[in-house]
Design a binder for this molecule. Sequence first.
Ligand SMILES: *[C@@H]1O[C@H](CO)[C@@H](O)[C@H](O)[C@H]1NC(C)=O
Ligand SMILES: *[C@@H]1O[C@H](CO)[C@@H](O)[C@H](O)[C@H]1NC(C)=O
Ligand SMILES: *[C@@H]1O[C@H](CO)[C@@H](O)[C@H](O)[C@H]1NC(C)=O
Length: 414
Amino acid sequence: MPSFFATALLLSLASAAAVPSKRGSYGSNHGKSKLNIQVGDRPYYLVNDMDEGPLKQKLQKCSEGPFKTTDFVFSHRGAALQFPEHTVEGLTAARRQGAGVMECDVAFTKDKKLVCRHAQCDLHTTTNILNRTDLAAKCTTPFTPASGDTPASAKCCTSDITLADFKSLCGKMDGFNPNATTVEEYMDGTPYFRTDLYSTCGTVMTHDKYIDIVDGWGLQFTPELKTPEVDMPFDGYTQEQYAQDLINAYKNKGIDAKRVWPQSFLPDDIFYWIAKEPKFGKQAVYLDERVDTPEGYANATASLPSLAAKGVKVIAPAFFALTKLDAAGKIIPSEYAIAAKNAGLDIVAWSFDRSGWLNQGGDYYYQYVAKSVNNDGDMYTVLDVLARQVGIKGIFSDWPATVTYYANCFGLGK
Ligand SMILES: *[C@@H]1O[C@H](CO)[C@@H](O)[C@H](O)[C@H]1NC(C)=O
Ligand SMILES: *[C@@H]1O[C@H](CO)[C@@H](O)[C@H](O)[C@H]1NC(C)=O
Ligand SMILES: *[C@@H]1O[C@H](CO)[C@@H](O)[C@H](O)[C@H]1NC(C)=O
């Protein structure tokens, strides 16, 4: 190759690398080649709140960084602790906080286009749809005020509206007030530990737009095929086509399968991808909710070797299922965690920083260790067991910075 062309090629590669968000202005770092990761106040607050001991000392020693992006950190719905979930603003915050893997939960519209929403039917709690008289009329169940002992209700699904309708919505903090007698009261239900500070018409995303943004940042993807809440096939749209469309979105844009971690709670979706799209299938993340009952937990634990034999490579339960207490009240890996490791499965856990205060033993996510959890700093004790004893590959977080701080301190991920 003549050296002029070689030089021009090198120059163009160099400039492309220096401008990561070439596809748009989303969270641009203004042509600087290095993104300045910001973990903010929360990790310091939590470390300070920890019980005294070697882990606290180690984390304190990491206070001045450096902090960089790591794929140990999976952004859960963006940065849902403070930003409306599944919005450009939430993803932008997650990127700044160092998340290396970005989530879009995928649902389909009436015209069978893919959009980012945590559930097919959560528009009434995560967007302003009820306050949009033109679109509220299309909801499966319109708003009904609370009356006597009957709570207020509504049900609005992505499949009730078209892609164009969806794009005109504003994202808001997930929540509702069951006592509401007006739409305005119903929409005002953000949990006490979150905030409406950034809830000023969050920018909703199609799945394609999410891919362009995350690709422009050079990060990895974790789209989840949400379980439909309408009968399938939906107007001729089959579950298989829905699973295929999710993968096609990446293939159409030339995204390397190694950057994509498709998730589902439905084993048939996972097996579909393993069979039909093996490059994506070997990265598929089986979300395991069988652990929610004691009998289901035992069955799930026993089934891990056979899942591995069927080609499943990554298992992802809620993180409570990966730990337990020993007789002395110490947090240790659970039977499930040990079985997953023995079966050669990678483990991704969910979801950190989704629980509010831990002063009363925490919530769902801390159910097996509640007796040893009584202050917010205990979050890092649990994360430490997950990371260094269970050996998880990564963890979803509603506030990626808390995990970024820990992961950088221990050199986890890449
Ligand atoms: C709804 O009303 C009940 C009964 O008055 C009350 O206990 C509860 O806290 C209220 N919930 C909200 C979200 O305002
Ligand atoms: C609903 O819409 C009305 C009229 O546009 C506006 O005044 C009100 O603030 C909106 N409420 C919410 C909760 O967005
Ligand atoms: C657990 O497995 C047993 C035996 O296969 C089955 O009968 C039972 O329904 C399963 N329970 C759950 C909750 O999956």
